[in-house]
Design a protein around this ligand. Structure first.
Ligand code: LLP
Length: 417
């Protein structure tokens, strides 16, 4: 088992405690985050580009836990928001309005007002929404999301740039954009894009940046360009998948930026908006094995890790490496193909299908690696199950509860009797 569990062993992920002790103390399933890894990832992104006016907006949708946000802020990151709810938590975490960018997609006038009243800059992603913005806030500053036609991502559901997606304003509408800006005396201070989530090669990202810079040259009022997120992490580490080459990507981006600044004639700020890269690898989801059974020709490992807790495998066929933890008994050296399932009433409730793992027994604890991004935030109460607790392993190696488990009261709290 130790040999198989080389990822968390190598990083001393659980600090002064163990997976079994964590589950014992805080219950199962349980999201566990390692603060040291989180801080390291923040710094890697901050150092990506060699250009003085460079900043990182943490894309809070990936993990909106207040304690995580506070750490990201301490590390000098700014934040993206997708909704008033995200803005609310960012304010609680201490982000200033000037550190928040509200990236909208089909929002109401009320939602726009929520940000405007707080002095938070809005990025609009269509001509009608620019018109709505102008009506609400004539003379204001605004940002526009463009879609230069380049896309990338780990699954078609998360490719957000390109000709077949709902996002952004197409470059051929630049004249219409200019007309609306003029009509409402708006100042375009920023443009942004996001080609999609999870690329492991930098080519598409650089291509996307180059296209958005071409668009930028049409506007002389810009204060910043936000190049987007999507930086991938290796979900198949245990099989030796290499990391994204940040050094190479950073050098290419620095060159493109310097070239642009020369042509544009003045320095502006460049931003990125990573979510997954910041938080995925600092998180492991722990769960318990309650039943091991052979059903016809499949060996099922029955756990409490249903898709109510981690949706990614079911929604995108995503792979998460799995570690097996056993307290007390001698580990088995046997490996075998198993299908790891949850406790939800659907046969598609599968975390890992036909995966070769060390022999697993009832009572073992499983660690679903790289679950810090799009894990808890996509969890639900399906089957009236309680969303799990979240724990942080701090820099001293101690475990601290950062969100309590749902209670039965949480499940019924919104009923109107
Ligand atoms: N900026 C915008 C405008 C976005 O829509 C997103 C993600 C990001 C930044 C951050 O992307 P990241 O750096 O995390 O790749 N639930 C999916 C991922 C959906 C991403 C949606 N947008 C998953 O579990 O893979």
């Amino acid at each position: 088992l130790k040999e198989h569990n080389k990822v968390t062993e190598a990083t001393n992920f659980y600090g002064n405690t163990t997976p079994a002790a964590l589950v014992e103390e805080f219950g199962s399933p349980l999201y566990v985050y390692n603060e040291r890894i989180l801080r390291e990832r923040c710094q890697e992104m901050k150092n990506l580009v060699d250009y003085p006016r460079f900043s990182v907006n943490y894309s809070v949708k990936a993990n909106g836990n207040l304690s995580i946000l506070k750490i990201a802020r301490e590390e000098g990151l700014n934040a993206d928001a997708m909704s008033p709810g995200e803005i609310h938590v960012e304010e609680m975490a201490g982000f200033e309005p000037s550190q928040i960018l509200f990236i909208t997609n089909n929002v109401s006038a009320e939602e726009m007002r929520y940000a405007i009243e707080r002095n938070i800059l809005i990025s609009v992603d269509s001509i009608p929404q620019l018109e709505t913005f102008g009506q609400i806030n004539p003379g204001g500053k605004v940002c526009i999301r463009f879609n230069p036609g380049v896309g990338a991502g780990h699954h078609e559901k998360v490719v957000t740039g390109g000709k077949k997606t709902k996002f952004g304003v197409a470059p051929e509408r630049i004249d219409d954009v200019k007309a609306i800006l003029a009509k409402y005396e708006l100042t375009l201070v920023g443009i942004n894009q996001h080609i999609g989530s999870l690329f492991m090669e930098g080519d598409k990202y650089v291509e996307g940046v180059q296209s958005v810079l071409e668009i930028a040259k049409n506007f002389d009022t810009l204060e910043f360009i936000d190049m987007g997120g999507g930086f991938g992490i290796p979900y198949k580490k245990l099989s030796g998948q290499p990391r994204l080459d940040l050094k190479d990507l950073g050098e290419r981006l620095s060159a493109v930026i310097k070239q642009f600044v020369q042509e544009y004639g003045r320095e502006i700020t460049f931003k990125i908006e990573p979510g997954r890269y910041i938080v995925a690898e600092c998180g492991t989801l722990l769960g318990s094995v309650y039943a091991v059974k052979q059903n016809y020709d499949t060996k099922y490992i029955g756990t409490d890790l249903g898709f109510n807790v981690l949706k990614r495998p079911v929604m995108y066929d995503s792979h998460h490496d799995i570690e097996v933890y056993r307290a007390g008994s001698q580990p088995s050296t046997k490996e075998e193909p198993v299908t790891v399932v949850g406790n939800i009433c659907e046969s598609g409730d599968i975390i890992a299908k036909d995966r070769v793992l060390p022999e697993i027994f009832q009572g073992d604890v499983l660690g679903i690696l790289d679950s810090g991004a799009y894990g808890y935030c996509m969890a639900s109460n399906y089957n009236n199950r309680l969303r799990p607790a979240e724990v942080l392993i701090d820099l001293e190696g101690n475990a601290r509860l950062i969100r309590r488990r749902d209670t039965l009261e949480d499940i019924v709290r919104n009923f109107n009797f």
